[in-house]
Write a new protein. Structure first.
Length: 518
């Protein structure tokens, strides 16, 4: 039996990922897990998903909301997963009879979180409220008065409230102001349009890098030049090339070596990993993951379908959320990145309906929305087996999370000695609005390629930061690696790929030498 699984993100008030709702379907089922199927298929669907899909591939270590109908609840499937990983989401169709109430009480005593889906006051789920720690409300269909009653009633009792079907930033802001705690939907993937918006200079290098990625054949000389334009790109490239997912026998220490050894496909993957986090500053981190999953999903399906250019499919998926990353209309975003017509037509839906890449892109979006009937029809047009689609999605979610981890710094990997200082230094950085910011910072320690600062205000990660203090022999431009709140101020770690100007071998700084790890 082929099992499909899609996921939809759930965020907290800070737009940080809280978990995913997982939607399953088997080819033997007549519908999604919505309580309308009278068979016992849902039990088999969830069981097989653990075996054939792999829980970690779709849940990615986050809290998983799984819709339970009556059969699934009474079948005891929840006990397969530990309470810290699972939220049992009872569908509106579940009737609160004696068996259901007993099953909920048992799960509640075992420490499982229970969520009530599509909740409305004085509805059929009311008898189950005392076992629920999470209440979900469909904000698009539930009347405002009923929503206010739910928020007023359950916030006082300590239950978490989920605003479901949040599709725009305005809806997220409205739900947040109304008192909801969690928010479900793809609002993070919608652009927040700003009239007269100009792409900040910090993102221009990312756009140049993405523009290079769409070339039929990579121009390695030009690519190396673009990589050197931003202080974070060389580090990200070398970290990716030396990561555990590749098993190269020698350390890669130069841009040229990395580009040659990685090869064309992996270089295109790296470009996405390097550019997306910078473009997504002040956006939910899930936007980067979603972009990578979509890009890899498109590529894998193109390979499975035997399409001639899988790399074009990767770029279609990658650029499909460019409007959300830049907060401009998609047409304008594609112009900014100089995206060619073969990709542009698919994304703007001006390609012929029978175009294979257009069909593939529609298939990917329908799968994300768990529109299983459309998925089946579109897959048949590409002559794809259901198992191939399922496997491509599971592999893509796992690949995206592993790829992100490969570019992140591992603990204790920095071995450069840091020298403790107690001095003041003037710093400059550019905000997303292209505004220059100046501040006085306390310099706590420094090495040849990095420093630790204490500042009054938060500076976003990956922001370009400059400083010059001739009396200390420090000058250069770096990238913020971390910014953590500490006793009313912020500890900011900055990495300088071209050096800070500090020469510890020639200078005797005050205080002992110590090792520092990010």
């Amino acid at each position: 039996m082929d099992v499909h699984a899609a996921r939809q993100p759930i965020f907290n008030r800070e737009r940080e990922l809280y978990g995913y709702e997982l939607l399953f379907r088997s080819d033997h089922a007549t519908s999604e897990l919505d309580g309308r199927d009278d068979s016992s298929t849902p039990l088999a669907v969830l069981s097989d998903s653990l075996l054939s899909i792999g829980w970690d591939s779709v849940a990615a270590g986050k809290k998983a909301f799984v819709p339970f109908d009556r059969d699934l609840l009474l079948g005891g499937m929840a006990s397969i997963l530990p309470p810290e990983d699972l939220v049992v989401e009872l569908l509106e169709s579940v009737g609160p009879d004696a068996e259901v109430i007993a099953a909920c009480e048992s799960l509640w005593k075992l420490g499982y979180a229970i969520a009530l889906d599509d909740f409305v006051p004085h509805g059929r789920l009311d008898p189950l409220v005392r076992f629920a720690s999470i209440i979900k409300v469909d904000v698009r269909v539930t009347r405002k008065e009923a929503q206010e009653q739910v928020v007023r009633t359950f916030r006082q009792s300590g239950k978490q409230l989920v605003a479901d079907q949040v599709e725009t930033l305005e809806e997220f802001q409205s739900a947040s102001e109304s008192g909801y705690d969690l928010f479900q939907g793809y609002f993070f993937a919608r652009p927040a349009m700003v009239h007269g918006h100009r792409v900040p200079m910090a993102k221009v290098a990312c756009m140049r890098l993405l523009s290079e990625a769409q070339k039929e054949e990579l121009d390695y000389a030009q690519l190396e030049k673009v990589i050197r334009e931003d202080v974070s790109f060389p580090y990200r490239l070398l970290a990716f090339a030396n990561s555990a997912q590749f098993h190269f026998r020698v350390d890669i220490r130069s841009i040229e070596h990395a580009l040659v050894v990685l090869g064309e496909q992996n270089v295109r993957h790296w470009i996405a990993l390097a550019a997306l986090p910078l473009l997504a500053q002040n956006k939910p981190s899930e936007l980067v993951i979603h972009s990578l999953v979509r890009a890899r999903f498109c590529e894998r399906l193109a390979e499975a379908a035997g399409l001639p250019e899988p790399k074009r499919a990767f770029l279609i998926g990658l650029f499909s959320l460019l409007d959300a990353l830049l907060d401009v209309p998609l047409d304008d975003a594609l112009n900014t990145a100089n995206i060619g017509p073969s990709i542009r037509c698919v994304l703007l839906e001006s390609a012929p309906p029978q175009d294979a890449f257009s069909v593939l892109y529609r298939l990917v979006r329908c799968y994300e929305q768990a529109d299983w009937h459309a998925v089946r029809d579109l897959a048949s047009k590409l002559r794809l087996q259901a198992s191939a689609v399922r496997e491509a999605y599971a592999e893509s979610t796992l690949w995206a999370h592993q790829a992100i981890q490969a570019t992140q710094r591992k603990r204790d990997t920095r071995r450069e000695a840091r020298h403790r200082l107690n001095a003041n230094i003037r710093i400059l950085w550019e905000s997303d609005s292209n505004r220059e910011n100046y501040a006085n910072a306390k310099l706590l320690n420094v090495s040849k390629f990095g420093m630790l600062l204490l500042v009054e205000q938060r500076i976003p990660i990956q922001t370009a930061l400059s400083c010059s203090e001739p009396t200390l022999g420090i000058s250069g431009r770096g990238s913020v690696r971390h910014c953590n709140f500490f006793k009313g101020k912020y500890l900011v770690g900055v990495e300088f790929s071209n050096g800070t100007g500090w020469r510890d071998a020639l200078t005797s700084p005050p205080g002992p030498v110590r090792r520092w790890s990010a």
